[in-house]
Unconditional design. Structure first.
Length: 405
C-alpha cells in the first residue's frame, strides 16, 4: 500500500507540474508576441480538401497540428485556464478574421495537448515551417547521439536502431509537430535510461511511470507506445548483455505503470472537461473514445492485413520497384531467425516488447487503421528486433567460424 501511495503521489505531482507549466506558458507569452508567426503558420496550414501530401506520400498534415497551432491562436493570456481547456481547430476554407472570437472553429477540448507549450515557445522566434526545420534538427541530433551511446555497448544494436529509424522514416516525422512528439520523447528518455542503468540505480519503475504521464500529456495518440518501447528495449538489452536478470514480472510492471499513468492522464483531462462543460459532456467523450477502438469503416480485414499495409510505407522500399516483395523477404528472413536462431528464453522479454505495437494495433484498431501513415512508426521495436537477428545471422554466414566471437 505504501508503494502504491508513492506511485500515486509521483503521478499527481508530475501531472500538476505539467498542467502548471502549460498555464504559465499561456500566461507569460502574450498573443501579441507570437501573432505574426501564428498568422504565418495559419496560412501555411490552410490547404484544399482537408489534407496536403508531402515528400513522403503517406505523411499527411493532420488535424493534430491544426489543434496545436490554433490552441495558441485562441489562447488568451488573461484567461489561461479557459485557454488550456477550450482547445479548438480551424475549419478549412475561411479567412482569418481580426477578431479571434469571430473565428469559425470546432471544439477539440478532449485532446488538449502539452505540445502547445513547445509550439508557443518556438512561435516566439519562427513560424510553422521553422518549427518543422527545428524538429528535423532535434530528431536528427537525438538519433545520432542515441545510436552513438548504444554503439559503446553493442555496435550491432546501434546499427539496428539506425536502420529502423531510416526504415520508419523518422526524418520525415519532423514535418508534423504531433508526429515528432513520440520520437523526441522516446529518444530523450532512452538516453536517460542509459544513464540510469550505467549509474547502477534501480528507479526504473518511477521512470516508466513518469514517462506514461509525459506521453499522455504531450502525445496525441500517434505512436505513443514508441515512448515506452524504445527505452524499455534498450534497458532489457543492456541487462541481457551484462547477464543481469530482469523477470517478465518486472517488465510487465513497467508496462503496467506506464499504461496506467498514460490512461490516468487522459482521464484527468476528461474529468477536467466534465467539470468545466458539465456531466452531459461524458456522452461525447464516450462516443469519441469508442471511435478510437471500434472500426466503423474497415479497410483492412484484420490486424495482419493492416501490418501488410503498413509495411508498404517502409523506406526506401516504398520507392523501389517491387519494393513490397523486398519488404516481405526482409520480414520473412528476420522472423525465421527469431524462430529458429534466437534463444527464446534469454530474449523472451525483448520479444514481448516487440509485440507491444501489434497489441496496440489490435486494441486501438480504428485509430491504427485510419491513421496508419503515422501509427506505423510504433513498429520500431519490432523492426529493431528483426534487424538485430538478421544482422547477427548474416554476420555468422559471412565471417569464418574462427573469427567469430
Amino acid at each position: 500500500m505504501k508503494q502504491v501511495l508513492k506511485y500515486l503521489l509521483t503521478f499527481s505531482c508530475t501531472l500538476f507540474i505539467l498542467f502548471l507549466l502549460l498555464l504559465i506558458t499561456y500566461r507569460i507569452i502574450p498573443f501579441s508576441a507570437i501573432r505574426s508567426n501564428v498568422s504565418a503558420s495559419i496560412y501555411q496550414l490552410k490547404y484544399d480538401g482537408g489534407e496536403r501530401i508531402y515528400a513522403e506520400k503517406y505523411d499527411k498534415r493532420d488535424i493534430g497540428d491544426n489543434v496545436v497551432i490554433f490552441s495558441n491562436f485562441f489562447a488568451d493570456e488573461n484567461k489561461p485556464l479557459k485557454s488550456l481547456i477550450e482547445n479548438a481547430y480551424f475549419i478549412h476554407g475561411q479567412y482569418l478574421p481580426e477578431n479571434r472570437e469571430a473565428m469559425n472553429k470546432k471544439e477539440y477540448s478532449r485532446y488538449w495537448t502539452g505540445m502547445a507549450i513547445y509550439a508557443r515557445i518556438l512561435l516566439l522566434f519562427t513560424d510553422y515551417t521553422g518549427i518543422q526545420v527545428i524538429n528535423l534538427l532535434i530528431i536528427g541530433a537525438l538519433s545520432i547521439i542515441l545510436c552513438l551511446k548504444i554503439s559503446k555497448k553493442s555496435k550491432t544494436l546501434a546499427l539496428s536502431f539506425a536502420l529502423a529509424m531510416i526504415i520508419l522514416s523518422f526524418q520525415n516525422a519532423s514535418i508534423m509537430i504531433q508526429y515528432s512528439t513520440s520520437i523526441m520523447l522516446g529518444s530523450i528518455v532512452s538516453l536517460f535510461v542509459i544513464k540510469e542503468y550505467n549509474s547502477g540505480k534501480n528507479r526504473f519503475d518511477y521512470i516508466y511511470l513518469i514517462l506514461g504521464v509525459l506521453t499522455g500529456f504531450f502525445d496525441m495518440l500517434t505512436a505513443e507506445t514508441l515512448c515506452l518501447t524504445m527505452p524499455l528495449f534498450i534497458h532489457l538489452f543492456y541487462s541481457i548483455m551484462d547477464k543481469k536478470k530482469v523477470s517478465f514480472k518486472e517488465v510487465f510492471k513497467y508496462c503496467l505503470l506506464w499504461g496506467l499513468a498514460y490512461i490516468g492522464t487522459f482521464l484527468v483531462k476528461w474529468i477536467i472537461c466534465l467539470i468545466y462543460y458539465g456531466f452531459d459532456y461524458i456522452h461525447f467523450l464516450w462516443y469519441r473514445g469508442s471511435q478510437r477502438v471500434v472500426s466503423e469503416a474497415v479497410n483492412y480485414s484484420n490486424t495482419f492485413s493492416l501490418l501488410i499495409g503498413m509495411s508498404q510505407l517502409f523506406f526506401p522500399f516504398n520507392f523501389i520497384p517491387f519494393g513490397k516483395y523486398l519488404v516481405l523477404i526482409f520480414i520473412t528472413f528476420g522472423l525465421l531467425n527469431i524462430i529458429f536462431s534466437l534463444d527464446k528464453k534469454k530474449y523472451f522479454n525483448l520479444i514481448f516488447v516487440a509485440l507491444i505495437p501489434i497489441i496496440r494495433f489490435m486494441v486501438i484498431r480504428n485509430n491504427s487503421e485510419m491513421l496508419y501513415f503515422m501509427t506505423f512508426r510504433a513498429l520500431f521495436p519490432t523492426i529493431v528486433l528483426l534487424l538485430y537477428c538478421s544482422i547477427i545471422q548474416i554476420n555468422n554466414l559471412i565471417l569464418p567460424k574462427k573469427k567469430k566471437k
